[in-house]
Write a protein that binds this ligand. Structure first.
Ligand code: GLC
Length: 616
């Protein structure tokens, strides 16, 4: 009797457990979709996700003051019922858009307290949110909402310099301990004829002119790689390194999913501040940063142990991402920032090769794209993961650099190659650079070059408000003006229009985001069967899965290509169209149709995704 009771109780428990498990699995997969699968596997989230760079000043403005923010009044309006969440603005209100876009990680440019001299890259308090963007409650709400929707949140981390308004700097000026050596201070080399102090060496600021600024109160120069209002922190001072660890810990404890480290190559300078950097032969403008070879101020070996400390700290938390901003044309230098299997550093340094090498259409050929892609893949340290970047807040928009006709094709390339794609906001709808007059120019880099040259250097054109719809200011704000002008093309180039249109860049992007989740794209090999001046192709294959072929016509004219010629691998006669650029409206290449690989018609700049029929 006792025994049968026990057995019955055991069976009841088993049934209850099974029911609970089924319910929890069903609800989590309904809410999270494939996210749940990812969590079940050991693959870090950033390997399977698209990273979306949200420039907070320009996503959506709730407050409304013409500058974007996190959530603004949304929370309180939800509480008071003043209007529903649909009416809210701010980045948090875009969570559904981002989820539907298919991105998995949102990287926010700096939202910390800042005098905004370099739009947030001059931080006066590393653990506070600037009121322009909202407050800490708004931030917590953003993280909670994004997490609920399966989106990760990555912060910008700016260790190289603070704002001159930071209390560390103010105390350092006054030589108050322990801050005396928090920054890089130096005595003058002498005085000039006017009695003015002469900087200790010839080092230049990225934004032009001497990197040394005289501080009357302290009677010394301080060093700044960027603006004078962005003094460089001194990483040779242990307390600075400790403070940076504390800052990272603060945000990790808040639940952020990782960091993009700003300007990491600038972290250290040589100890001997009398050394001049060598001049680049032939350079005519002595104030131009490019006129010196920066051997004493960038990429110093002391940088790596610091990154290592951050890595170790991040690894005390589960599944955190560390991406590093590294510009270099030396592959060996770049790859060092990955570390290696026994000494891991960043999860990746950003791959800016698609920006650096492909500055305009004339530089973009099938061959140059193949070389550029190969440079990263072939130099990748063992066990490390590639990434692909088409644009960011520091460079011109990709559609303006190389042509609108290539928007879909380049998204196909970065979303379907092996690795993690990084999309700068607006690239999914093909946003273009906006003309900004000298009077409207905000970017300090543009301003430093003066009225005659600002257009070559200003970063404003790529930072204008996101184009949501055709309403005033593109649906970005209800304010009377915006911090940078909205691109006048917003009436036709906007999210709402692209959702309504039968075909659009946005729709292609969304489809690609779904397609790339297939096993063959996540785990498959890559090969490049046909490369010519006009044509770039790559194939993704994984045993027992359907193979995919991506074909891009980089030329500015329609072509009919014979992929069966000049191929390094055997291809079938025919393939099936999965997706094509919106520029292609031909009846013969509609998705689902079979097309001949010896006579494949492509419009100028078109990209096409094909599956290969098995007969070869
Ligand atoms: C990085 C940022 C850039 C900023 C600079 C100084 O390069 O991407 O926007 O101006 O660092 O912080």
């Amino acid at each position: 009797m006792k025994r049968s009771l026990l057995i019955t109780a055991f069976i009841v428990i088993l049934v209850l457990a099974a029911v609970t498990l089924t319910i929890s699995l069903t609800s989590s997969s309904e809410v999270m979709g494939t996210q749940a699968d990812e969590e079940a596997s050991d693959v870090p989230f950033w390997k399977t996700s698209i990273i979306y760079q949200a420039y907070p000043r320009s996503i959506s403005d709730e407050l409304p003051d013409g500058t974007g923010d996190l959530v603004g009044e949304l929370l309180s309006s939800v509480v008071t019922g003043a209007h529903n969440t649909e009416d809210g603005a701010g980045i948090t209100s875009k969570v559904d858009y981002l989820r539907d876009l298919g991105v998995g990680v949102v990287w926010l440019n700096p939202i910390y307290e800042s005098p905004m001299k370099d739009f947030g890259y001059d931080i006066s308090n590393y653990t506070a949110i600037d009121p322009i963007f909202g407050d800490m409650d708004d931030f917590d709400e953003l993280v909670a909402r994004f997490h609920e929707h399966g989106l990760k949140v990555v912060m910008d981390f700016v260790p190289n310099h603070s704002s001159d308004q930071h209390e560390w700097f103010q105390k350092s000026v006054r030589r108050e301990e322990p801050y005396t050596d928090y920054y890089v201070w130096a005595d003058p080399k002498g005085t000039d004829d006017d009695g003015s102090p002469i900087p200790p060496n010839n080092w230049l600021s990225v934004f032009r002119g001497s990197a040394w600024q005289w501080n009357e109160e302290r009677g010394q120069f301080f060093f700044h790689q960027f603006l004078a209002s962005q003094p460089d922190l001194n990483f040779r001072t242990p307390a600075v390194r400790e403070d940076m660890q504390k800052i990272l810990t603060f945000w990790l404890d808040k639940g952020v999913d990782g960091f993009r480290v700003d300007a990491i190559t600038f972290l250290f300078e040589v100890k001997d501040l009398t050394l001049n950097e060598p001049e680049v032969p032939g350079s005519e403008d002595p104030d131009d940063y490019a006129s010196l070879n920066h051997i004493y101020t960038t990429g110093l070996p002391e940088t790596f142990p610091v990154i290592r400390d951050w890595r170790v700290l991040l690894d005390q938390y589960p599944d955190k991402l560390l991406m590093l901003e590294v510009y270099s044309n030396n592959m060996e230098t770049l790859m060092k920032y990955y570390g290696n299997e026994t000494y891991p550093l960043g999860d990746f340094p950003f791959n800016f090769l698609l920006i650096d090498h492909l500055k305009n259409r004339s530089e973009l050929t099938g061959e140059s794209l193949r070389t550029t892609v190969g440079l990263w893949l072939d130099n990748l340290p063992k066990g490390k993961w590639p990434n692909w970047v088409l644009g960011n807040h520091d460079v011109g928009r990709v559609a303006s650099r190389v042509g609108e006709d290539l928007v879909d094709a380049l998204n196909m390339v970065i979303l379907l190659l092996p690795g993690t794609p990084v999309t700068y906001y607006g690239e999914e709808i093909g946003m273009l650079d906006t003309f900004i007059s000298w009077e409207d120019t905000q970017d300090p880099q543009g301003c430093h070059w003066g009225q005659d040259h600002y257009q070559e250097h200003s970063r404003d054109p790529a930072r204008t408000p996101m184009q949501w719809d055709e309403s005033k200011f593109a649906g970005f704000t209800t304010a009377n003006s915006t911090w940078l002008p909205v691109n006048p093309n917003y009436k036709t180039l906007n999210v709402a229009a692209q959702i309504l249109a039968q075909t659009s860049h946005l729709k292609i992007y969304r489809e690609l985001a779904v397609l790339r989740r297939e096993e063959v794209f996540m785990k498959g090999n890559v090969s490049f069967p046909v490369i010519t001046k006009d044509i770039f192709t790559f194939m993704r294959h994984l045993e027992s899965y359907e193979q995919y072929l991506v074909v891009v016509n980089l030329s500015q004219k329609p072509v009919e290509v014979n992929l069966l010629q000049n191929t390094t691998q055997e291809l079938p006669q025919k393939a099936n169209v999965v997706m094509r650029s919106i520029t292609d409206t031909s009846e013969n290449t509609k998705p689902g149709m079979e097309v001949p690989l010896d006579k494949l018609p492509l419009t100028a700049g078109e990209g096409m995704v094909l599956t290969l029929s098995s007969e070869v």
